[in-house]
Structures are given as structure tokens and as C-alpha cells.
Design a protein around this ligand. Structure first.
Ligand code: MEV
Length: 323
């Protein structure tokens, strides 16, 4: 059995979401992660096949490598929290097209795909909220103090107006597709470090940062209406303003700003960094699929290591289930 999960994109509100403000995130059609479970001899130890890292790990036999702790937790949670998943006799293979440390929720996508594949293989009911909770527990190992936005979007595969500690507010689908272009700087970031830097800056200048967070929260609320109402020009303007506020917050970088400028020059309705910042990727909102190709080319000629035209999954059909 296999399980698929989408990547996620924060359209508006990263960082301020950690401080209780609303943020909007959407699941992306591409890139995504896929996991497959195959049964082995019932007495054989569990094996994890992480092809993208060149790692094959026999659980319990080999020492835990540097990249492995989240996966060790994944196996522990699967075998202790999902009644019916045995602690022997299977191999889990994971493939992911989502670049790591890029702001697209690679860790959450991989975990969600793995739990979905296991649940499908061992016939364990796994509703989206339960999946989201499991993925959140692994996100804590990746990121320390995650707001919960990544696991919510990736596990439910629906656009959301997210507020920490509250039930997610799923957004009605817009009247036409939301075409996005993702440009990757090629610089990997560590979310936990950028989040910790913002916390230190907030502690040093609480009033200034609280004002930035509040304005971004307001932008997210307005963005939710613009998204569902198909007011994409307004949504683009809100993305541009959010980028300015992220620059003031100190989480942007010259590489990100070069890509943001290139996207705007090539006709994007709006563009901003997405995710933790200081590297990682930008998101540009395209007027339509044709102009998205021009945006992509402009990003590539302006130094993007990777540029992908994609679409927000809007929550109708569920292309990221398990089979
Ligand atoms: C990371 O994808 C988004 C941040 O807001 C951190 C979080 O929400 O946990 C930077």
C-alpha cells in the first residue's frame, strides 16, 4: 500500500502564527511525498528505506544516524499509537520530491505519507485530525516549537486559516485555480533557528514585533476573504505587504529579495518569501498558467536553483490519499 501527501505553502502569516496570529496555508499539487509499505517475514525487524538520503535502516540493529531521530519517532508512534501496526515484519520506503529546509513542509509531507501508507496497509482508520496530531509530534523533533500549521495543511490537504491552539478554519475553494510559482534560493534554512532568532528579537523589542505580528494577522484575515472570493489581485497585494513586514522582522535575505523582485518584474500579482525565511523559497502568485511560465523563466535567470509552477489544492477531490 502507498500513501501520498502534498507539500504546503504559507501564503500569508509565517512567524506571526507562532505568536497566535492567523496565517493562511495551502497544500500544493506538486511537489509531494510518497511512502510504500511492503510486508516481510513476520519475525523480521522493521526496515526503513530512505532512498533520497541513500539510507536503509534496520530498526533496532543499526545506530541511529544524524537524520534519523524523526524517523525513529515515526516508527515508535506508528507501532504504539496505531493499533494494528505490528512492531516487526514490514519495510517502509519513502520518496520525496519536496526539497528539505526550503519552507515547503518536507518533514510533515514525509511523515504524513508514511502514516497514510501504514494505516492503509494495516487497515487502521486514520482520520485527518488524528494524522495531523501524529505528524505534529514529529514536527516537534524537526522544529522544536512548531505552530501546527504545517501538519494541519499537509494532513488535511485543504487550504486553511490557521490559529495556534484553535480548530482549523478551512477555506472555501476559490472560483478558479490559484497558480503559484515557487522559486528556491538553493539555500537550506533551519526553521528552529530562524524561529529562535525571531523570539530573541521579540523579547528585545516586544512592542515593535507585536505590531508587526498584528498587522500580518490582519493581512491573513483579509487574505482569507480574497482567496475564497477569487480576488487574486488583492491577494497579491497582501503578499507584497507581508513581504515588506517580513523584511522588517529580519527574516528575509538578499537572495530571497532578488527572486521576489524578479517575480514582480515578470508580472506576478504578488510575491513573498514563504516559510521560515533566511534562505528557502519564495512564492509568486501568477495571473494565469501562461504567465506562470514567464515567471518561472525569470526566476531561473535571476538565480533560482529550482522554479516550479504549481497549483494550490483547494479541497475538492482528494488527490493525495492512499491506495
Ligand atoms: C514554518 O513553516 C512556519 C513558521 O511560522 C514556523 C511555524 O509556524 O511553526 C516560521
Amino acid at each position: 500500500m502507498t500513501g501520498r501527501a502534498p507539500s504546503k505553502l504559507i501564503l500569508l502569516g509565517e512567524h506571526s502564527v507562532v505568536y497566535g496570529q492567523p496565517a493562511i496555508a495551502v497544500p500544493l499539487r506538486d511537489p509531494g511525498a510518497e511512502a510504500a509499505v511492503s510486508r516481510t517475514d513476520p519475525s523480521s525487524p522493521i526496515e526503513l528505506d530512505l532512498r533520497d538520503f541513500g539510507i536503509r535502516w534496520t530498526v533496532g540493529l543499526k545506530p541511529v544516524a544524524e537524520e534519523i531521530p524523526p524517523f525513529a519517532e515515526l516508527i515508535r508512534l506508528a507501532t504504539t499509537s496505531l493499533a494494528g501496526v505490528p512492531d516487526r515484519g514490514w519495510t517502509l520506503s519513502i520518496r520525496s520530491e519536496v526539497p528539505i529546509g526550503c519552507g515547503l513542509g518536507s518533514g510533515a509531507a514525509v511523515s504524513a505519507a508514511a502514516f497514510k501508507a501504514l494505516a492503509a496497509e494495516f487497515k487502521v482508520p486514520l482520520p485527518p485530525q488524528r494524522l495531523s496530531d501524529l505528524v505534529h509530534r514529529i514536527e516537534k523533533i524537526h522544529h522544536g516549537r512548531p505552530s501546527g500549521i504545517d501538519n494541519t495543511v499537509v494532513a488535511t490537504a485543504r487550504p486553511v486559516l490557521f490559529r495556534k491552539g484553535r480548530a482549523p478554519e478551512f477555506l472555501s475553494p476559490p472560483p478558479r485555480p490559484l497558480t503559484l510559482v515557487i522559486g528556491y534560493t538553493g539555500m537550506r534554512h533551519k526553521t528552529s533557528e530562524v524561529v529562535a532568532d525571531v523570539a530573541a528579537a521579540h523579547a528585545a523589542e516586544p512592542e515593535r514585533y507585536d505590531a508587526l505580528f498584528a498587522e500580518i494577522g490582519d493581512i491573513s484575515e483579509r487574505g482569507a476573504k480574497a482567496f475564497s472570493g477569487g480576488a487574486f489581485e488583492e491577494l497579491g497585494r497582501l503578499m507584497d505587504r507581508n513581504q515588506t513586514l517580513l523584511e522588517e522582522m529580519g527574516v528575509s535575505s538578499p537572495e530571497l529579495e532578488r527572486l521576489v523582485a524578479a517575480a514582480r518584474d515578470a508580472g506576478a500579482l504578488g510575491a513573498k518569501l514563504s516559510g521560515a525565511g533566511r534562505g528557502g523559497c519564495i512564492a509568486a502568485l501568477a495571473r494565469d498558467p501562461d504567465s506562470a511560465q514567464r515567471l518561472r523563466e525569470s526566476l531561473l535567470t535571476s538565480g533560482a536553483q529550482l522554479a516550479v509552477v504549481t497549483e494550490a489544492l483547494t479541497g475538492g477531490a482528494h488527490p493525495c490519499g492512499s491506495s
